[in-house]
Design a binder for this molecule. Structure first.
Ligand code: AMP
Ligand code: MG
Length: 311
């Protein structure tokens, strides 16, 4: 009896000391998109506050369209990057080389020419495209949300956060494991609306990033849809069989740059690129609704064709 009492008291003391876990969540508008953040941990509210501050700082630094940002000043030739800023610019150039130029972080003038910045849309002719094509003004729109997710993970690591999940406008980032040991399940949006295409399961910290022709677009006078992912070779929206590409990768900025680049490459070149390069997995969705998933993806709730390394 005495022994039981001691064990009971010991358990009571332990549970009394166990830190209480709280959940903090918020939906904010930042970087031109809606962001949903959920954090669990001992001091989740403080962590959430820090995450929001970081997102706002990154937006103020890297927005291509806010004239007051560091990037806008850099594009005007008024400032020099500090070491941290230079590291991100170098990384963007490196990802551009890695993807054979399909990811191009210097397409701002083209994006403005098509009217994606002002939302006063215009279908330019070849001469107009040629004129601005190589003027080299930075636009990190295809990478910055993934980079932000990566920085958030670094910020959470020393804090008493047990797990977190956030959707930064199509960039989902998970952090930590669920207490019941089950995987995070991330829905892949249906490019045509309605139920998700399927669900991918991921464990621990992973970026799940989608680029699609349905995210930002306009319909021209010719009835054609012109979307916001440009093929750097033509200066026009990438025109292939895809409607979305989802990339799964531990590295957020790389996942983001790759989702854009693989969209530009199309299904055939994109899957060949995956076969040649380790470290990430992909789900391609075509305009006719077929789904292709590389062999490392844990995809459920949909029918799909598996792409294997040996094909
Ligand atoms: P994402 O939604 O990540 O695919 O990024 C699309 C955004 O990146 C666009 O809104 C542009 O600001 C920019 N962008 C468009 N085409 C490209 C490209 N081929 N490479 C890099 N950035 C691009
Ligand atoms: Mg991207």
């Amino acid at each position: 009896m005495k022994k039981f009492l001691i064990i009971f008291l010991a358990l009571l003391t332990l549970s009394g000391c166990a830190p209480r876990e709280e959940k903090a969540s918020e939906t904010i508008f930042c970087m031109d998109t809606v962001m949903d953040i959920q954090i669990w941990g001992q001091d989740a509210q403080t962590a959430l506050k820090q995450v929001k501050t970081l997102l706002q700082e990154l937006e103020a630094t890297w927005s291509a369209n806010d004239g007051k940002s560091f990037l806008a000043a850099l594009n005007r030739g008024e400032v020099k990057p500090n070491a941290e800023q230079q590291a991100l610019l170098d990384r963007a150039e490196e990802l551009s080389r890695y993807t054979g130029g399909a990811f191009d972080p210097k397409l701002l003038s083209l994006m403005q020419l098509w009217g994606f910045a002002s939302e006063i849309y215009h279908v330019p002719d070849e001469a107009e495209i040629k004129k601005v094509m190589k003027d080299g003004r930075w636009d990190l729109g295809a990478l910055i949300k993934g980079y932000a997710a990566e920085r958030i993970v670094q910020l959470l690591e020393p804090l008493k956060v047990s797990r977190a999940v956030m959707n930064l406008g199509g960039n989902v980032q998970t952090y930590g494991n669920k207490p019941d040991g089950t995987a995070w399940r991330v829905a892949i949006q249906n490019p045509n609306g309605g139920d998700p295409v399927g669900m991918v399961s991921v464990e621990g910290s992973e970026a799940v990033v989608t680029s699609g022709n349905y995210q930002r677009y306009f319909i021209g006078d010719d009835g054609k849809r012109y979307h916001h992912i440009l093929d750097p070779q033509t200066g026009a929206p990438a025109d292939n069989e895809l409607s979305s590409v989802t990339v799964l990768c531990a590295d957020g900025a790389k996942a983001d740059a790759l989702s854009t680049a693989l969209f530009v490459m199309g299904l055939e070149k994109g899957s060949a690129f995956w076969r040649q390069n380790p470290g990430f997995e992909v789900v391609f969705v075509t305009q006719t609704g077929e789904v292709y998933a590389t062999e490392g993806v844990n995809l459920s709730h949909c029918e799909f064709e598996v792409l294997s390394r040996e094909d």
